[in-house]
Design a protein around this ligand. Structure first.
Ligand SMILES: Nc1ncnc2c1ncn2[C@@H]1O[C@H](COP(=O)(O)OP(=O)(O)OP(=O)(O)O)[C@@H](O)[C@H]1O
Ligand SMILES: [Mg+2]
Length: 226
């Protein structure tokens, strides 16, 4: 039996906006096994980011069950959720979310500050994460001195420095040109293969479906294909 990494049962989530109720997640049932590379697609506003947030403990559902790597997270406290995120999850965002006044390597190191590791050990780990994403030559540059592709590779180094079991990436190539997008996808794919990191990415680009082991499609808050 494959190991189940994420399991959602009857998950619901609504937003209330000026008297209107938006059903962002409608009766979601989904099981993702360890080592899968899931590509999540669907029209704008269909609930993809909401689903990622609920799966990763960034947001709570109104109803239903969410189990992440054996931990039930749909009713967990913010303290417990942030602990789970810190230990188990790496996040990659469309707009990179790097800290502008830190260098590339400092952005990666910052994940481990403050913590039990010595400065030298943190530095060594950050350097090897940057080498893995082929961004080590730019380690002393600030984000504004990096190309989009380089920024996203640094962001991926930051996402993997604590060896997460799961990576969530919300449109990681949305701001990148074709060549840089391909490089980022190849990188995520190789991390998935080499380290067995379960990976869930959102994209609008049909050309990226081929990188996944599985395509999940949403429409109007529902999963229509999985
Ligand atoms: N904090 C919020 N308050 C109110 N409505 C929200 C909130 N977050 C999301 N929504 C609404 O919930 C629905 C799903 O939003 P979500 O961001 O999950 O869509 P998406 O599939 O990620 O879209 P996109 O492809 O444009 O990023 C949308 O109708 C959106 O307007
Ligand atoms: Mg979104």
């Amino acid at each position: 039996m494959p190991e189940v990494m994420i399991k959602l049962e009857n998950v619901q989530k609504e937003f209330r906006l000026r008297g209107n109720i938006i059903r962002a997640l409608v009766d979601i049932n989904l099981k993702i096994n360890a080592g899968e590379f899931v590509v999540l697609m669907g029209p704008t506003g269909c609930g993809k980011t909401t689903l990622l947030n609920v799966m990763s403990g960034l947001d709570l559902p109104d109803d239903g069950t969410v189990i992440l790597d054996g931990d039930r997270i749909d009713r967990a406290s913010e303290e417990r959720l942030s602990d789970i995120r810190r230990r188990k999850i790496g996040f990659v965002f469309q707009d990179f979310n790097l800290v502008e006044n830190l260098t590339a390597i400092e952005n990666v190191e910052a994940v481990l500050w403050p913590g039990p590791l010595r400065t030298k050990e943190i530095n060594n780990r950050a350097m090897s994460a940057l080498a893995k994403v082929d961004a080590h030559e730019r380690m002393n540059n600030h984000p504004k001195e990096l190309s989009g592709g380089e920024k996203q590779r640094v962001a991926i180094a930051r996402a993997i420095i604590h060896k997460p079991r799961i990576i969530f990436a919300d449109e990681p190539t949305g701001n990148l040109h074709h060549a840089a997008a391909t490089q980022v996808m190849e990188l995520l794919k190789s991390l998935n293969k080499e380290m067995g990191t379960t990976t869930i990415i959102v994209t609008h680009d049909k050309n990226l479906v081929k990188y996944g082991t599985r395509l999940v499609e949403m429409e109007h808050g529902r999963i229509i294909k999985s």
